[in-house]
Design a protein around this ligand. Structure first.
Ligand SMILES: [Zn+2]
Ligand SMILES: [Zn+2]
Length: 444
């Protein structure tokens, strides 16, 4: 029974996602271990999808149902997780609570925290221990956020709490999972993102995209939301809805970000970590202004900088505003630098994971990318160029994050960061100001 409780507790699943035999299903329903919940909440005039929280009328469709032989509503908003029709119940475990193994020493990580990391780590530990409702860790890119979490998570594991580390980006899940598996050897850890096929697995520690939390209800005693300001978390109301619902009532929520943009976040109890773990300042972006009549679209500036760059051994990340622009740039860069290994990656790229891995393994010299690599990925020694940095996709948070890709390693803490643009935006000005301010707070 505990196996089923571990697998099903705190989840909100469709019939086919339960993966139970018909006799098991009938038995669990008859003994109230499983409860069928109506998928839509009906208010006087409106409908709300229980799974994704959608209330918008135009995001409900209608279609004929082969079961009921009539036409009824379904939610279009969350359809990519399996269609929810008016007659499709969502199943919720109401049986015994899962019991997680008693772990005396769940953490095997033995690294050293810097004083700034230790201070944040203590606050996280304290928040989890005392059941504090929320805490914001505002830490600059490269502050070593992940390690700050370890002691708090170890405490939660020992206390048999269930923990979720959620992030809007699948790349971040892929990057964090092996690091947690190493630090918490022997702990059941599950990593969830769209299409990775791990939905049937469970663990006391879950690392998931916020999107996957649409399948959870009242599951986690500790919810850590990494990169809380990243797209699409702040742009899609169903993600905060699902994240909130996935927590138990007494849960502690820890928010991690380098760029808090929401007013709501700024009101939370906050720990500020202005210094990178290696103790060097954040690289300040160099601004290259391109006249509007420049027909090279900023490429002349790129060529000039590239020729004189401080360290030719560094790899290069070139950010473009759109996939189209990335596609146009790719052959140009290859022609210009025939001896460099150049690749292109974007959100719809089927080989995206592999290309990022190749770049990390230094099998590539130059990677052209859209904003998908703006955060959560760490390469030890890179220069960063943003072309058309005045494009609206590059908001202040994105530019701060992109600049934060450079200089992550103590062996090479000073990567070049180049913003190329023709009209200075508020985002550019504010990003540069924010980076300088953080360096000042760190005592540089
Ligand atoms: Zn829905
Ligand atoms: Zn029906």
């Amino acid at each position: 029974m505990n196996d089923q409780a571990q697998r099903l507790a705190g989840r909100l699943l469709l019939h086919e996602e339960l993966q139970l035999s018909e006799p098991e299903m009938t038995h669990y329903l008859a003994t109230n271990k499983l409860t069928a919940l109506s998928p839509f909440l009906k208010n006087f005039l409106s409908l709300q999808c229980r799974r994704c929280g959608n209330k918008q009328r135009h995001l409900f469709g209608e279609m004929p149902c082969s079961n009921c032989k009539k036409t009824h509503a379904y939610c279009r908003k969350c359809i990519n997780m399996g269609r929810v029709m008016a007659c499709t119940p969502l199943y919720w475990w109401t049986g015994p609570k899962p019991v997680w193994p008693q772990l005396a020493h769940p953490m095997v990580w033995s690294g050293q925290l810097t004083p700034a990391q230790q201070k944040a780590s203590n606050c996280i530990y304290h928040a989890i221990k005392t059941g504090q409702a929320s805490l914001l860790i505002h830490a600059v890119c490269g502050a070593g956020k992940t390690e700050m979490l370890f002691e708090g998570i170890a405490f939660a594991l020992k206390s048999q709490k269930r923990i979720c580390l959620a992030t809007p980006r699948a790349d971040v899940v892929r990057e964090l999972l092996p690091r947690f598996e190493q630090a918490f050897l022997g702990v059941e850890i599950v990593g969830l993102y769209g299409g990775n096929g791990a939905h049937q697995q469970t663990g006391q520690l879950t690392i998931a995209t916020t999107h996957q939390l649409l399948r959870y209800q009242h599951a986690f005693d500790v919810m850590i939301i990494d990169e809380v300001d990243a797209f699409p978390y702040h742009a899609d109301p169903s993600l905060p809805y699902a994240t909130k619902r996935a927590q138990t009532q007494q849960a502690t929520t820890i928010y991690l970000t380098a760029t808090p943009r929401e007013k709501r976040l700024k009101r939370l109890p906050t720990i500020f970590v202005p210094v990178r773990y290696h103790g060097y300042p954040l690289p300040i972006p160099q601004l290259k202004i391109v006249p509007l009549f420049d027909h090279s679209h900023g490429l002349t500036s790129l060529w000039t900088w590239y020729k004189g760059r401080t360290d030719p051994n560094r790899q290069l990340l070139i950010f473009t505003a759109t996939i189209k622009q990335a596609n146009q740039l790719f052959p140009v860069i290859k022609r210009r630098y025939p001896d460099q290994r150049v690749m292109l990656v974007h959100a719809n790229d089927a080989e995206r994971i592999d290309k990022v891995r190749q770049f990390r393994d230094k099998q590539l010299d130059i990677l052209i990318t859209t904003t998908i690599l703006e955060r959560g990925v760490t390469f030890p020694s890179v220069d960063v160029v943003v072309l058309q940095a005045d494009h609206h996709v590059f908001d202040q948070a994105a530019l701060v994050q992109i600049a934060g890709r450079a200089g992550r390693d103590p062996k090479d803490p000073n990567g070049d960061v180049i913003f190329i643009y023709s009209g200075k935006t508020r985002a550019i000005a504010h990003a540069v100001r924010a980076i300088k301010r953080m360096n000042k707070k760190a005592g540089f």
